[in-house]
Design a binder for this molecule. Structure first.
Ligand code: UDP
Length: 195
């Protein structure tokens, strides 16, 4: 596992790195990695939701999203060198994935939104390979088939937009059977990029 500096807040180890270094670690081959963005709202949900805490502890990389986390770090005399939020990371992630020839599967949000987000990603990075898209309203009985589809697509990266905490719990529970090198929860990012 590529090591990145981390700051420990509320017993979670949160990445303290510049975007470029964080992305290099996230996209490095040779291992299956998971990542989640954490903002103050997530911290509040985690404090009340043991299964979400479990999922966050299982994640390889927790990325600091927003001023609430910076404030919490400051109270400990520490400072995140960069705010690694989903909106800012999406563009360099798509560009770097395209440059490395890595494909992305977009899973989540309402019907049609993942596809529109993938089209926005192709505008950002025209060479990007889209492995597939699928909406995020499914029953647990459908999970096996969805995971088979993701694996059959050959996706290197899976972005999961099922909302907090569902997406992170879903990732933690299913990570071992998804072949992609990176599976990352992205919240409402698809809606944002779908416009
Ligand atoms: N979503 C989904 N399946 C669900 C619940 C939510 O695909 O069962 C999607 C929703 O359409 C939205 C994204 O998850 O695109 C984020 O949802 P929400 O705004 O509720 O979550 P948050 O921003 O708090 O993570």
């Amino acid at each position: 596992m590529t090591s990145l500096n981390k700051i420990s807040l509320f017993s979670l180890d949160i990445v303290n790195a510049k975007t470029e270094d964080a992305l290099a670690a996230l996209l490095k081959g040779g291992a299956r990695r998971t990542a989640a963005f954490l903002n103050a709202h997530c911290m509040n949900v985690a404090a009340k939701t043991p299964i979400y805490q479990w999922a966050l502890k299982k994640a390889d990389y927790l990325l600091p999203d927003g001023s609430g986390l910076q404030l919490a770090a400051k109270l400990q005399g520490k400072r995140f060198v960069e705010n690694l939020n989903g909106t800012d990371l999406f563009v360099p992630l798509c560009r770097k994935a395209a440059a490395l020839g890595l494909s992305i599967y977009f899973l989540g949000s309402a019907e049609g939104v993942a596809r529109k987000a993938s089209e926005a990603a192709r505008k950002i990075a025209p060479a990007l390979k889209v492995a597939g898209t699928r909406h995020g309203y499914f029953y647990s009985e459908e999970e096996d088939r969805i995971i088979d589809e993701i694996n059959a697509s050959g996706a290197d990266i899976v972005l999961v937009a099922l909302g907090v905490p569902r997406q992170d719990v879903w990732i933690a529970r299913n990570r071992h059977r998804i072949n992609a090198r990176l599976v990352m929860g992205v919240g409402a990012q698809f809606d944002f990029w779908a416009g």
